[in-house]
Design a protein around this ligand. Structure first.
Ligand code: CU
Length: 507
């Protein structure tokens, strides 16, 4: 039988324990310090070993370098990737090992983040969280199993670099998916300023100084339209986004690197079914996308299949991707990405026959409710199994234009100390993420390393529009151990501090 200590014995045991603890140099706090899985932990290697592998290795070289672009007659010095583009995406089959020999020929440190992929944590490309930044002249070998099929993309995770030309698609095919289409067109949307009006760093500096005269008409109004002040844009509003649409003035909007006065032309035959893979690689712009005189059938959101839905146009926040199928008509048609709230648009041409090219200012028909993630449903093949939520993480989106103090739960991320306010989760849990938007602006919220599901059988996604005054509650299964960012994919909001870390605890 267990013997009971009397009070005197108990006290002496306690004293001994305290002394031993003191000698060992432990802190006097009684709470156990939480420790987190590291990118180099065995748990990360174990998760990678569980991924289905084809044994095929896809090897590519990728270099980030300074370049000079001709954007419809405007010369722009910028930074871009050599080795991949919208015309030549990185591409492999699900289960293949992608090996990318990356070289940094930029004057600044950089990294490559593989947006949307539930990949091994040490390859996620977030400096000071998952790897050291790649120094100028340095190199890094990215090597990981392609975890799921779909439309993805990649970009740096350093400062405002993504708002230069540093982005390209990554397409992952599933050989078992029967592709009910004749042709495929990867369409990358972008808002452009680098080397034309300013560099993204200059824009960030200006925004960071805040909008001191914000109250004196800073909000602008719908009648006046947006007003340019240097590199910032005041009064850019969109009812589709529930208020302020963006912070930044862009002189150009591009589809596959081409401005409206020098558009890309995609050739097809009338009646051909074309799979569009649409990626919003913009820094601060939501686009409404459509093809004139064509109805689209949306088939995928952020790489994952949805129940097919017909739509005339659809809205993409920064970082979002949609796949849609169109049946090409006879003639020449405008492919349009309307920059919401900014009174401008990106433009390309679909040509299947004779006829004059569409005017570059032809507009998409007005639509009160274009398609968004809210009206899509996941197919049963990718819906999360129903189960109870083990943990809820609340991410309140806070801050504003006046101080440019965008944050999560009132805390601005310092990427020198990305684990400081890390939110802990445990492998095996069903986690609910609640994005509560307490600001006056919409935010495209992104989670690294996982694909969550929207409520009510909604789509699987990794980037979601959260409009002001609303809460979006999504769920994911914690099955990819490591340290992962969740952040606003507005480049300038993220850089201002609207980021947090979600980290797997060691049990
Ligand atoms: Cu934001």
């Amino acid at each position: 039988m267990h013997s009971t200590l009397n009070r005197r014995q108990f006290l002496s045991v306690s004293a001994l324990t305290l002394t031993a603890a003191g000698l060992a140099g432990c802190s006097t706090t009684t709470t156990k310090t939480t420790s987190f899985v590291r990118p180099t932990s065995a748990a990360v290697t174990a998760a990678e070993a569980k991924r289905r592998s084809t044994g095929t290795v896809v090897q590519r070289a990728l270099t980030a370098e300074p370049v000079t672009l001709d954007l419809g007659g405007k010369t722009a010095k910028t930074w871009a990737y050599r080795g991949a583009s919208a015309a030549q995406p990185l591409r492999g089959n699900v289960g293949d090992t992608l090996k990318v020999a990356f070289t940094n020929d930029l004057p600044d440190p950089t990294s490559v983040h593989w947006h949307g992929l539930a990949l091994r944590n040490d390859m996620d490309g977030v400096p000071s969280l998952t790897q050291d930044a790649v120094k100028p002249g340095g190199s890094f070998d990215y090597e990981f199993t392609l975890p799921a099929s779909g439309t993805f993309w990649f970009h740096p995770h350093v400062g405002t670099q993504q708002d230069r030309g540093l982005y390209a698609p990554l397409i992952i095919d599933d050989p078992n998916e029967k592709g009910d289409y004749d042709k495929e067109w990867v369409i990358v949307l972008d808002d452009w300023l680098d080397g034309v009006t300013a560099t993204p760093d200059e824009v960030m500096k200006q925004l960071g100084q805040g909008m001191m005269d914000h109250d004196s008409g800073g909000h602008g109004d719908m009648e006046m339209g947006p007003m340019r002040m240097g590199n910032t844009l005041m009064g850019a509003t969109s009812p589709l986004l529930g208020g302020d649409a963006g912070d930044v003035y862009y002189p150009l909007y591009l589809i596959n690197g081409k401005p409206a006065n020098d558009p890309q032309t995609f050739a097809a035959k009338p009646g051909e079914r074309i799979r569009l893979r649409i990626i919003n690689a913009g820094g601060d712009t939501a686009f409404r996308f459509g093809v004139t005189e064509h109805e689209m059938t949306i088939t995928h959101s952020d790489g994952f299949p949805v129940k097919p839905l017909k739509a005339e146009s659809l809205v993409l926040g920064m970082g979002e991707r949609y796949d849609a199928i169109i049946t090409a008509g006879d003639g020449a048609f405008a492919v349009i990405a309307e920059a919401l709230g900014k009174q401008n648009q990106a433009h390309a041409v679909l040509r299947t026959g004779l006829g004059s090219a569409p005017a570059k200012d032809v507009k998409l028909p007005q639509q009160k409710t274009p398609a968004t993630a809210d009206i899509l449903k996941a197919t049963s093949s990718v819906a999360l199994p129903k189960r109870a939520v083990d943990r809820t993480l609340s991410l309140e989106l806070t801050g504003g234009m006046e101080k440019y103090d965008w944050a999560i739960n009132g805390k601005r991320m310092n990427m020198d100390k990305p684990m400081r306010d890390a939110l802990g989760i445990v492998e095996g849990e069903r986690v609910a993420l609640e994005f509560k938007n307490s600001t006056t602006m919409w935010h495209p919220m992104h989670l690294h390393g996982h694909t969550y599901q929207h409520p009510g059988g909604g789509p699987r996604k990794d980037t979601s529009i959260v409009v002001p005054g609303t809460t979006l509650r999504v769920e994911f299964d914690a099955d990819n151990p490591g340290r992962w960012l969740s952040h606003c994919h507005n480049v300038y909001h993220g850089e201002a501090g609207m980021m947090t870390t979600i980290a797997y605890q060691v049990n």
